[in-house]
Design a protein around this ligand. Structure first.
Ligand SMILES: NC(=O)c1ccc[n+]([C@@H]2O[C@H](COP(=O)([O-])OP(=O)(O)OC[C@H]3O[C@@H](n4cnc5c(N)ncnc54)[C@H](O)[C@@H]3O)[C@@H](O)[C@H]2O)c1
Length: 332
């Protein structure tokens, strides 16, 4: 049965049908599922934050990926907002406290991109070891340069964060005859041992690893995990792979670590601003020993279809929740 007359955060302002705004490109199934429930959907992929802030007051449902923050300002402007659908894994730029205080339900797609991100971390690791990108870019420019690289076999890899993606990355590494060290604040020693890896303190992981790959969830971290002191512990010329969030790495500490050769290569899928705009990040992108992809971790056909699969039941449940509230409040 289509859901109508939503409970509104503005008393007395209930309206005939729910309205959703879709602010990023998401799988069509998500839009279809909402329309099947009678929700009016407006698709404006790529809408700028300033424009959304002006429009958000007209919508009960906001659907997007991780591009736009749902912070206190957005929630304050979104007077009618009741459901935030995040067609992604990370929810770190959602202000959960303010959302909860305002009765807003957040629905995301945990696990949907695990395989895609783990595979990208492995890709970035190989690209860093072999200078694949620079070799190809130079060739396109007419330079035939046979730079020497390193094998993965025999290396020590440090995985920081052993949740869905970190543990899958460890599985992918298994055939390569590597030593895997893991640090996770949740201390999952049993799982880590079963994966053929060794659980160590962060200090030891940084000191021993040739390659460090970040797989933490930033929702539980207040600041950068990689700063001057952590770079100071790393081996000279080590590789850092970051498929998490740019804020896991202190931008200026990264510049200093690259300047002195402490870090041999930085391979990342994420930027501090997406698209980048700060002078320091624009400078980092241009370095020969830096390779940054434009946040494509979940950008596979398979992951996007899985996002819809994982997210739609949660969205439908949240819609039912709204309908139940209406009945209790006597709107039905
Ligand atoms: N690049 C992309 O497009 C893309 C796509 C999906 C997810 N991600 C990122 O990957 C992250 C991880 O995803 P997941 O599904 O594996 O999450 P998860 O919640 O399953 O695992 C995160 C793990 O990190 C651990 N952890 C948190 N802080 C830590 C710290 N300071 N030190 C050590 N361990 C710590 C947690 O205990 C947990 O086990 C997401 O939060 C998201 O930011 C990126």
């Amino acid at each position: 049965m289509p859901i109508t007359k939503p409970l509104d955060r503005m008393p007395g302002a209930a309206q005939a049908a729910l309205n959703a705004i879709v602010v990023d490109k998401v799988d069509k199934e998500i839009v279809r599922a909402l329309r099947r429930e009678g929700v009016r959907v407006r698709e404006v992929p790529g809408i700028k934050r300033v424009e959304l802030l002006k429009e958000i007051a007209g919508y009960e449902i906001l659907i997007g990926r991780t591009r736009l923050a749902v912070d206190s300002e957005m929630i304050e402007q979104g007077k009618r907002l009741r459901i935030v659908g995040r067609a992604a894994v990370g929810t770190d730029n959602i202000d959960f406290k303010t959302a909860e205080r305002n009765g807003i339900k957040v629905v995301n797609a945990p696990g949907a991109a695990t395989e895609s991100v783990a595979e990208l971390a492995l890709t970035l690791t190989f690209m860093a070891l072999r200078g694949v990108y620079n070799g190809s870019a130079k060739l396109k420019n007419g330079e035939f340069l046979k730079n020497s690289g390193l094998e993965l076999a025999g290396k020590t890899i440090g995985i920081v964060g052993f949740g869905r993606i970190g543990s899958r990355f460890a599985e992918l590494l298994r055939p390569f005859n590597v030593t895997i060290l893991v640090n996770d604040i949740a201390k999952m020693n049993g799982e880590i041992k079963n994966a053929g890896a060794t659980s160590v303190e962060m200090h030891e992981l940084l000191a021993r690893s040739d390659i460090v790959s970040l797989h933490v969830n930033m929702e539980v971290n207040n600041g950068a995990i990689m700063d001057d002191s952590s770079f100071g512990i790393m081996k000279d010329g080590a590789i850092l792979v970051n498929t998490v969030r740019a804020k896991a790495v202190d931008m200026h500490a990264l510049q200093r670590a690259l300047d002195i050769g402490r870090l041999g290569f930085y391979a990342s899928d994420v930027l501090w601003n997406e698209p980048p705009k700060e002078p320091a990040e624009l400078e980092i992108i241009q370095r020969e020993n830096v390779l940054i992809t434009p946040h494509i971790g979940a950008q596979t056909t398979e992951a996007q279809a899985r996002v819809a699969e994982v997210m739609i039941p949660g969205l439908l449940e949240a819609l039912k929740g709204l309908a139940r509230e209406e009945v209790v409040m006597g709107f039905a």
